[in-house]
Write a protein that binds this ligand. Structure first.
Ligand code: ZN
Length: 318
Protein backbone atom coordinates (compact mmCIF):
# COMPACT_ATOMS: atom_id res chain seq x y z
CA UNK A 1 0.00 0.00 0.00
CA UNK A 2 1.58 3.26 -1.14
CA UNK A 3 1.55 5.82 1.62
CA UNK A 4 0.84 8.63 -0.85
CA UNK A 5 -2.64 7.15 -1.18
CA UNK A 6 -3.50 8.38 2.30
CA UNK A 7 -5.62 11.55 2.44
CA UNK A 8 -3.58 14.76 2.88
CA UNK A 9 -6.01 16.21 5.41
CA UNK A 10 -8.86 14.91 7.54
CA UNK A 11 -11.87 16.37 9.30
CA UNK A 12 -12.31 15.64 12.99
CA UNK A 13 -15.48 16.00 15.01
CA UNK A 14 -14.83 16.41 18.72
CA UNK A 15 -17.53 14.41 20.51
CA UNK A 16 -16.26 14.69 24.10
CA UNK A 17 -18.87 17.21 25.29
CA UNK A 18 -21.63 14.78 24.27
CA UNK A 19 -20.33 11.20 23.95
CA UNK A 20 -17.75 11.84 26.67
CA UNK A 21 -19.76 13.73 29.29
CA UNK A 22 -22.74 11.41 28.77
CA UNK A 23 -20.73 8.32 29.64
CA UNK A 24 -18.68 9.62 32.56
CA UNK A 25 -20.07 8.67 35.98
CA UNK A 26 -20.01 12.29 37.21
CA UNK A 27 -22.51 14.96 36.17
CA UNK A 28 -20.34 17.88 35.07
CA UNK A 29 -21.50 21.38 36.07
CA UNK A 30 -23.06 23.36 33.24
CA UNK A 31 -20.59 26.23 33.75
CA UNK A 32 -17.67 23.83 33.30
CA UNK A 33 -19.22 22.37 30.14
CA UNK A 34 -19.68 25.84 28.63
CA UNK A 35 -16.12 26.83 29.51
CA UNK A 36 -14.67 23.60 28.07
CA UNK A 37 -16.63 23.84 24.79
CA UNK A 38 -15.48 27.45 24.40
CA UNK A 39 -11.87 26.35 24.95
CA UNK A 40 -12.22 23.46 22.47
CA UNK A 41 -13.57 25.88 19.86
CA UNK A 42 -10.29 27.83 20.11
CA UNK A 43 -8.03 24.85 19.35
CA UNK A 44 -8.71 24.71 15.62
CA UNK A 45 -11.36 21.98 15.95
CA UNK A 46 -14.04 22.87 13.41
CA UNK A 47 -16.70 20.36 14.38
CA UNK A 48 -17.87 19.88 17.96
CA UNK A 49 -20.81 17.78 19.14
CA UNK A 50 -21.94 19.84 22.11
CA UNK A 51 -24.91 18.05 23.67
CA UNK A 52 -27.94 15.88 23.02
CA UNK A 53 -31.70 16.12 23.13
CA UNK A 54 -32.28 12.71 24.63
CA UNK A 55 -34.87 12.66 27.44
CA UNK A 56 -33.31 14.08 30.64
CA UNK A 57 -34.59 11.18 32.77
CA UNK A 58 -32.74 8.77 30.46
CA UNK A 59 -29.45 10.72 30.36
CA UNK A 60 -29.30 13.11 33.33
CA UNK A 61 -25.67 14.02 32.43
CA UNK A 62 -26.98 15.98 29.42
CA UNK A 63 -30.21 17.37 30.88
CA UNK A 64 -28.75 20.90 30.61
CA UNK A 65 -28.71 20.92 26.77
CA UNK A 66 -30.62 24.22 26.61
CA UNK A 67 -28.32 25.95 29.11
CA UNK A 68 -25.18 24.66 27.37
CA UNK A 69 -26.40 25.74 23.92
CA UNK A 70 -27.42 29.20 25.09
CA UNK A 71 -24.21 29.62 27.14
CA UNK A 72 -21.52 28.75 24.59
CA UNK A 73 -19.90 31.26 22.22
CA UNK A 74 -20.65 30.95 18.49
CA UNK A 75 -17.23 31.47 16.89
CA UNK A 76 -17.13 31.69 13.12
CA UNK A 77 -15.91 28.58 11.33
CA UNK A 78 -16.85 26.19 14.13
CA UNK A 79 -19.82 23.95 13.47
CA UNK A 80 -21.76 22.76 16.51
CA UNK A 81 -23.87 19.63 16.37
CA UNK A 82 -26.45 18.11 18.70
CA UNK A 83 -27.44 14.46 19.00
CA UNK A 84 -31.09 13.80 18.25
CA UNK A 85 -32.86 10.51 19.09
CA UNK A 86 -36.28 11.15 17.51
CA UNK A 87 -38.88 13.67 16.31
CA UNK A 88 -39.64 14.95 19.81
CA UNK A 89 -35.92 15.57 20.45
CA UNK A 90 -35.66 17.47 17.16
CA UNK A 91 -38.65 19.65 18.04
CA UNK A 92 -37.04 20.57 21.37
CA UNK A 93 -33.73 21.31 19.66
CA UNK A 94 -35.36 23.48 16.99
CA UNK A 95 -36.47 25.94 19.67
CA UNK A 96 -32.77 26.87 19.79
CA UNK A 97 -32.22 26.61 16.04
CA UNK A 98 -29.75 29.51 15.81
CA UNK A 99 -27.45 27.98 18.46
CA UNK A 100 -26.17 25.04 16.39
CA UNK A 101 -25.45 23.98 12.80
CA UNK A 102 -25.79 20.21 12.55
CA UNK A 103 -27.99 17.41 13.83
CA UNK A 104 -26.70 13.89 14.45
CA UNK A 105 -29.33 11.18 14.33
CA UNK A 106 -28.48 7.77 15.74
CA UNK A 107 -29.59 4.17 15.88
CA UNK A 108 -27.91 0.80 16.34
CA UNK A 109 -27.39 -1.77 13.60
CA UNK A 110 -28.19 -4.66 15.94
CA UNK A 111 -31.66 -5.34 17.39
CA UNK A 112 -30.65 -6.05 20.98
CA UNK A 113 -28.42 -2.98 21.32
CA UNK A 114 -31.03 -0.74 19.73
CA UNK A 115 -33.77 -2.07 21.97
CA UNK A 116 -31.66 -1.65 25.12
CA UNK A 117 -30.65 1.84 24.00
CA UNK A 118 -33.91 3.35 22.72
CA UNK A 119 -36.48 0.61 23.40
CA UNK A 120 -37.43 0.24 19.74
CA UNK A 121 -36.75 -2.22 16.96
CA UNK A 122 -34.20 -1.19 14.33
CA UNK A 123 -36.99 -0.87 11.75
CA UNK A 124 -39.03 1.37 14.08
CA UNK A 125 -35.94 3.56 14.62
CA UNK A 126 -34.97 3.90 10.96
CA UNK A 127 -38.56 4.57 9.83
CA UNK A 128 -38.89 7.23 12.54
CA UNK A 129 -35.64 8.84 11.41
CA UNK A 130 -36.73 8.77 7.76
CA UNK A 131 -39.63 11.00 8.78
CA UNK A 132 -37.59 13.20 11.12
CA UNK A 133 -34.43 13.86 9.06
CA UNK A 134 -36.28 15.78 6.28
CA UNK A 135 -37.69 18.13 8.96
CA UNK A 136 -34.14 18.89 10.03
CA UNK A 137 -33.01 19.39 6.42
CA UNK A 138 -35.97 21.74 5.96
CA UNK A 139 -34.74 23.77 8.95
CA UNK A 140 -31.45 24.28 7.12
CA UNK A 141 -29.46 21.96 9.38
CA UNK A 142 -26.68 19.72 8.09
CA UNK A 143 -27.63 16.12 8.95
CA UNK A 144 -25.43 13.24 10.00
CA UNK A 145 -26.69 9.73 10.70
CA UNK A 146 -24.65 7.64 13.12
CA UNK A 147 -24.96 3.85 13.22
CA UNK A 148 -23.88 2.29 16.52
CA UNK A 149 -22.56 -1.29 16.74
CA UNK A 150 -21.52 -1.10 13.06
CA UNK A 151 -18.58 -3.45 13.63
CA UNK A 152 -20.05 -5.83 16.18
CA UNK A 153 -22.61 -5.98 18.98
CA UNK A 154 -21.80 -6.82 22.61
CA UNK A 155 -25.02 -8.89 22.81
CA UNK A 156 -25.31 -10.43 19.35
CA UNK A 157 -21.70 -10.62 18.17
CA UNK A 158 -21.27 -10.30 14.40
CA UNK A 159 -23.25 -7.56 12.67
CA UNK A 160 -23.46 -8.23 8.90
CA UNK A 161 -22.07 -5.39 6.76
CA UNK A 162 -25.19 -5.69 4.58
CA UNK A 163 -27.41 -4.74 7.55
CA UNK A 164 -25.27 -1.69 8.32
CA UNK A 165 -25.17 -0.72 4.64
CA UNK A 166 -28.94 -0.92 4.27
CA UNK A 167 -29.37 1.51 7.19
CA UNK A 168 -26.59 3.80 5.93
CA UNK A 169 -28.21 4.06 2.49
CA UNK A 170 -31.62 4.80 4.01
CA UNK A 171 -30.11 7.55 6.20
CA UNK A 172 -28.39 9.08 3.16
CA UNK A 173 -31.57 8.93 1.06
CA UNK A 174 -33.50 10.56 3.91
CA UNK A 175 -31.17 13.57 3.72
CA UNK A 176 -28.02 12.77 5.71
CA UNK A 177 -24.99 14.20 3.88
CA UNK A 178 -22.76 12.35 6.32
CA UNK A 179 -23.05 8.85 7.75
CA UNK A 180 -20.94 7.82 10.75
CA UNK A 181 -20.12 4.25 11.71
CA UNK A 182 -19.62 3.61 15.41
CA UNK A 183 -17.52 0.83 16.89
CA UNK A 184 -19.53 1.31 20.06
CA UNK A 185 -17.83 -1.29 22.24
CA UNK A 186 -14.47 -1.54 20.51
CA UNK A 187 -14.95 -4.81 18.63
CA UNK A 188 -13.47 -3.77 15.26
CA UNK A 189 -10.07 -4.85 13.99
CA UNK A 190 -8.07 -3.22 11.17
CA UNK A 191 -8.60 -5.99 8.60
CA UNK A 192 -12.36 -5.86 9.19
CA UNK A 193 -12.30 -2.04 8.98
CA UNK A 194 -10.60 -2.11 5.56
CA UNK A 195 -13.08 -4.63 4.17
CA UNK A 196 -15.97 -2.72 5.72
CA UNK A 197 -15.10 0.67 4.23
CA UNK A 198 -14.11 -0.81 0.89
CA UNK A 199 -17.59 -2.40 0.63
CA UNK A 200 -19.46 0.64 1.94
CA UNK A 201 -17.66 3.16 -0.30
CA UNK A 202 -18.18 1.00 -3.36
CA UNK A 203 -21.90 0.57 -2.70
CA UNK A 204 -22.45 4.26 -2.00
CA UNK A 205 -20.83 5.02 -5.38
CA UNK A 206 -22.95 2.42 -7.16
CA UNK A 207 -26.11 3.89 -5.61
CA UNK A 208 -25.21 7.40 -6.81
CA UNK A 209 -24.48 8.53 -3.24
CA UNK A 210 -20.70 8.79 -3.65
CA UNK A 211 -20.69 12.36 -2.30
CA UNK A 212 -21.91 11.24 1.12
CA UNK A 213 -19.26 11.86 3.75
CA UNK A 214 -18.38 8.57 5.46
CA UNK A 215 -17.12 9.00 9.01
CA UNK A 216 -15.40 6.53 11.31
CA UNK A 217 -16.17 6.62 15.03
CA UNK A 218 -13.79 4.24 16.80
CA UNK A 219 -13.55 3.29 20.43
CA UNK A 220 -10.34 2.19 22.10
CA UNK A 221 -11.97 -0.35 24.38
CA UNK A 222 -9.41 -3.00 23.44
CA UNK A 223 -6.55 -0.72 22.36
CA UNK A 224 -7.24 -1.04 18.63
CA UNK A 225 -8.66 2.41 18.00
CA UNK A 226 -5.72 4.04 16.20
CA UNK A 227 -4.89 0.89 14.23
CA UNK A 228 -8.47 1.03 12.98
CA UNK A 229 -8.01 4.70 12.06
CA UNK A 230 -5.02 3.78 9.87
CA UNK A 231 -7.04 1.00 8.21
CA UNK A 232 -9.86 3.46 7.48
CA UNK A 233 -7.39 6.06 6.11
CA UNK A 234 -6.02 3.40 3.76
CA UNK A 235 -9.55 2.98 2.39
CA UNK A 236 -9.77 6.73 1.76
CA UNK A 237 -11.83 7.64 4.85
CA UNK A 238 -10.96 11.22 5.81
CA UNK A 239 -13.51 12.00 8.52
CA UNK A 240 -13.23 10.86 12.14
CA UNK A 241 -14.86 11.36 15.51
CA UNK A 242 -12.89 11.35 18.76
CA UNK A 243 -13.02 12.62 22.30
CA UNK A 244 -10.61 14.94 24.15
CA UNK A 245 -8.84 13.29 27.08
CA UNK A 246 -10.30 9.97 25.87
CA UNK A 247 -13.46 10.95 27.74
CA UNK A 248 -16.37 8.61 27.54
CA UNK A 249 -16.55 5.27 29.19
CA UNK A 250 -18.93 2.70 27.94
CA UNK A 251 -21.58 0.88 29.96
CA UNK A 252 -20.86 -2.46 28.26
CA UNK A 253 -18.62 -4.02 29.47
CA UNK A 254 -18.62 -2.04 32.72
CA UNK A 255 -15.52 0.09 33.29
CA UNK A 256 -14.37 -0.10 29.68
CA UNK A 257 -12.87 2.98 28.04
CA UNK A 258 -14.66 4.71 25.21
CA UNK A 259 -13.75 6.86 22.26
CA UNK A 260 -10.22 7.23 20.90
CA UNK A 261 -8.56 10.32 22.36
CA UNK A 262 -8.53 13.38 20.11
CA UNK A 263 -4.96 14.21 21.18
CA UNK A 264 -3.74 10.71 20.28
CA UNK A 265 -5.50 10.86 16.91
CA UNK A 266 -4.25 14.37 16.08
CA UNK A 267 -0.71 13.57 17.22
CA UNK A 268 -0.56 10.43 15.07
CA UNK A 269 -2.01 12.17 12.01
CA UNK A 270 0.36 15.12 12.45
CA UNK A 271 3.38 12.79 12.65
CA UNK A 272 2.15 11.11 9.45
CA UNK A 273 1.99 14.47 7.66
CA UNK A 274 -1.81 14.55 7.55
CA UNK A 275 -3.35 17.98 8.17
CA UNK A 276 -6.03 18.34 10.88
CA UNK A 277 -5.97 22.10 11.50
CA UNK A 278 -5.84 21.47 15.25
CA UNK A 279 -3.25 23.07 17.53
CA UNK A 280 -2.16 20.00 19.54
CA UNK A 281 -0.53 21.78 22.54
CA UNK A 282 -3.66 23.92 22.90
CA UNK A 283 -5.90 20.85 22.80
CA UNK A 284 -3.73 19.13 25.43
CA UNK A 285 -4.27 22.15 27.69
CA UNK A 286 -8.05 21.74 27.36
CA UNK A 287 -7.80 18.02 28.12
CA UNK A 288 -5.68 18.82 31.19
CA UNK A 289 -8.46 21.21 32.17
CA UNK A 290 -11.21 18.58 31.92
CA UNK A 291 -8.98 16.19 33.88
CA UNK A 292 -8.87 18.82 36.63
CA UNK A 293 -12.67 19.17 36.53
CA UNK A 294 -13.12 15.40 36.92
CA UNK A 295 -10.35 15.13 39.49
CA UNK A 296 -8.87 11.89 38.17
CA UNK A 297 -6.43 10.86 35.42
CA UNK A 298 -7.90 10.31 31.97
CA UNK A 299 -6.88 7.65 29.42
CA UNK A 300 -5.35 9.78 26.65
CA UNK A 301 -1.72 8.79 25.96
CA UNK A 302 -0.58 12.14 24.55
CA UNK A 303 -2.13 13.96 27.50
CA UNK A 304 0.25 11.99 29.75
CA UNK A 305 3.32 11.91 27.51
CA UNK A 306 2.99 15.24 25.69
CA UNK A 307 3.55 15.68 21.96
CA UNK A 308 6.88 14.65 20.42
CA UNK A 309 9.09 17.73 20.55
CA UNK A 310 11.42 17.17 17.59
CA UNK A 311 13.18 20.51 17.98
CA UNK A 312 14.07 19.68 21.55
CA UNK A 313 15.20 16.20 20.58
CA UNK A 314 17.53 17.33 17.81
CA UNK A 315 19.07 19.85 20.19
CA UNK A 316 19.77 17.07 22.63
CA UNK A 317 21.03 14.60 20.00
CA UNK A 318 22.63 16.64 17.23
ZN1 ZN B 1 -18.32 6.98 20.99
Amino acid sequence: MALENLPSSVRIREVGPRDGFQNEPEVIATGDKVRLVNLLAKTGLKRIEVTSFVRPDVIPQLSDAVEVLTGIDRPEGVSYSVLIPNRRGLENALELRDRFDETNFFLSASETHNRKNVNRSVEESISGLEETIPVSVEAGLRCEGVISTSFGCPYEGDVPVENVLALALRLARAGCVEVGFGDTTGMANPVQVRRFFSTVRERFKQEGLGDTELTAHFHDTRGQGLANVLAALEEGIDSFESSFGELGGCPVPPGATGNIASEDLISMLGEMGIETGVDLPKLIEVSAEVQKVLGRPLGSHVLKAGPIDWKDLSERNP
